[in-house]
Design a protein around this ligand. Structure first.
Ligand SMILES: Nc1ncnc2c1ncn2[C@@H]1O[C@H](COP(=O)(O)OP(=O)(O)OP(=O)(O)O)[C@@H](O)[C@H]1O
Ligand SMILES: [Mg+2]
Length: 204
């Protein structure tokens, strides 16, 4: 079973994906926790470029997609085939919310092609989109120390990202299950909700 977490910066994706992973390990459910970008050996090098170089939006898009194609081929698919629940901190929904809106002239069929090429056709079985108001993103970012050049200090930017993620949730089709989570709730409360959804949709 392939589970992804998405949401604006500081929504709690890393916190909650780690908590779900720990829960599965305690339940003796084979699990693997990974992230994008940087979840594979080559991907870690791609991440290093993304967080340290001044790149334009086209260059970033293709690095994110290259990272994903490598991640699916070398890490995610082999883990799924080994029977593990794979939990991924960010996946293609992040590309749709962060990169696609910044590139002019991408029509829907191009976006669909890029998605299929990068994911190699692998769609998540279950996605948690953690929703957070842009004001709270900036508030949490100020109290966090490990920000990088992909993090912006721009409230309109995060409003836009949040809107796209909400549209992804609203427009989900029958091939995918996307659960929206209120990121303003307490960490433990959100974790319990996620465990309930996992048990509901569990495919192992
Ligand atoms: N439910 C919550 N309530 C309050 N603070 C939270 C909550 N969840 C996470 N935080 C805090 O917000 C900050 C960001 O959390 P976290 O790193 O999990 O977010 P993220 O979505 O992975 O962010 P990024 O997209 O930048 O990787 C951390 O300081 C974390 O402790
Ligand atoms: Mg994170």
């Amino acid at each position: 079973m392939f589970i992804t977490f998405d949401g604006v910066d500081c929504a709690g994706k890393t916190t909650q994906s780690a908590m779900l992973y720990n829960h599965l390990v305690l339940q003796n459910i084979p699990a693997y926790l990974t992230k994008e970008p940087g979840g594979s050996y080559a991907g870690a090098k791609i991440r290093q470029i993304l967080v340290s170089e001044e790149l334009d939006e086209t260059e970033k898009l293709f690095l994110f997609l290259a990272d994903r194609a490598n991640h699916v081929r070398t890490v995610i698919r082999p883990s799924l085939e080994a029977g593990r629940v794979v939990i991924c901190d960010r996946y293609h929904d992040s590309t749709v919310a962060y990169q696609f809106p910044l590139l002019d002239g991408l029509n829907q069929s191009t976006k669909d092609d890029l998605r299929n090429i990068a994911t190699r056709g692998l769609e998540p079985d279950l996605t948690f989109i953690i929703d957070l108001p842009a004001e709270e993103v900036l508030r949490r970012m100020k109290t966090r120390k490990d920000n990088n050049i992909l993090d912006k200090d721009d409230i309109e930017y995060y409003r836009g990202v949040r809107n796209v993620l909400n549209k992804i949730w609203e427009n989900q089709d029958e091939n995918r299950v996307i659960v929206k989570i209120d990121g303003m709730m307490g960490i433990e409360y959100i974790h319990q909700a996620i465990v309930k959804w996992f048990n509901h949709y569990r495919k192992v």
